[in-house]
Write a new protein. Structure first.
Length: 282
């Protein structure tokens, strides 16, 4: 296993570019499977079937994304509209931003839209060619960072200066929404995007009061809550729908419905020069 360590975060397009450049050196015809680290998939056989279908399309020169069959009018996901069928998938008509509830319901009712999973399959060379065409600066700076990399045992460290100068952009904006030959493979594999503490609560096993806990935790008259304790005993009394996360040097307490606002807190920590925005001591 080789791990490519980004010096700074520059979103998904530069990260995937580094992976594609690495794959090219191993096999010029390599096919990449791009999976976010914060997703849960419970039906592995369905995932494997989808990957095989996507790989067949990618081998034919398509940039392939997985579309999650929409079970409800979710407003927290982007959507993919399908066009005509191709092999085991569809050509993509368009990508659409996160809709309001009324529009999301229309998408679900039409049967022509999927949730945008953020998972992809494509040949490394096909992706790099599309990146150079549609986001040349990202291609330029990531290639420079890769060519001037350092290797430290299993870690690959791209050149920090070149990568810091690279524009930060998602792969959706940089490539998938503007490139030709984009296809979508429908996927029904028990998929969940664990992008917040509340979504983690949704997929974890719960006690009789619908609480999720990890570590030394005691609940009293508390329900629908998630509490993680890494170092100390944490007790919660008389609360509903809260998130408590205790670590060695920081404690988060939030209403479950506001748990995604942790991003605002991270920005405030960074603005005030606090090291905790980047790392935690154990």
């Amino acid at each position: 296993i080789r791990l490519i360590l980004e010096p700074v975060g520059r979103n998904t397009a530069p990260a995937i570019s580094l992976a594609a450049l690495a794959a090219q050196e191993v096999d010029p015809e390599a096919t990449l499977l791009v999976l976010p680290s914060d997703h849960v998939i419970t039906k592995l056989a369905a995932l494997h079937s989808g990957i095989r279908a996507a790989t067949e399309l990618a081998t034919g020169g398509h940039l392939v994304t997985f579309g999650i069959e929409a079970a409800a009018p979710e407003t927290g996901y982007g959507y993919i509209e399908r066009a005509e069928a191709i092999q085991s998938g569809y050509h993509v008509a368009r990508f659409v931003e996160k809709p309001d509830l009324e529009q999301a319901q229309k998408y679900v009712d039409s049967g022509q839209y999927y949730w945008n999973s953020g998972m992809f399959v494509f040949q490394s060379q096909q992706f790099l060619t599309a990146l150079k065409m549609h986001a040349p600066l990202i291609a330029q700076f990531t290639e420079a960072a890769w060519q001037d990399r350092r290797v430290d045992q299993s870690f690959i460290r791209p050149n920090p200066k070149a990568f810091e100068d690279c524009p930060g952009e998602s792969v959706d904006y940089a490539v998938m929404e503007v490139a030709k030959g984009v296809a979508v493979v429908p996927l029904s594999a028990g998929w969940s995007d664990i992008g917040s503490w509340q979504s983690l609560w949704t997929v974890r096993d719960k006690d009789s009061d619908l609480n999720v806990s990890k570590g030394d935790v005691i609940f009293e008259n508390t329900s629908n809550s998630l509490v993680f304790a890494e170092n100390r005993l944490v007790t919660v009394v008389g609360l509903e729908e809260v998130v408590v996360v205790e670590t060695a040097d920081a404690v988060l307490v939030a209403a479950a419905s506001q748990s995604q606002q942790v991003k605002v807190l991270v920005d405030r920590l960074q603005d005030s020069g606090r090291a905790e925005h980047l790392l935690h001591r154990r």
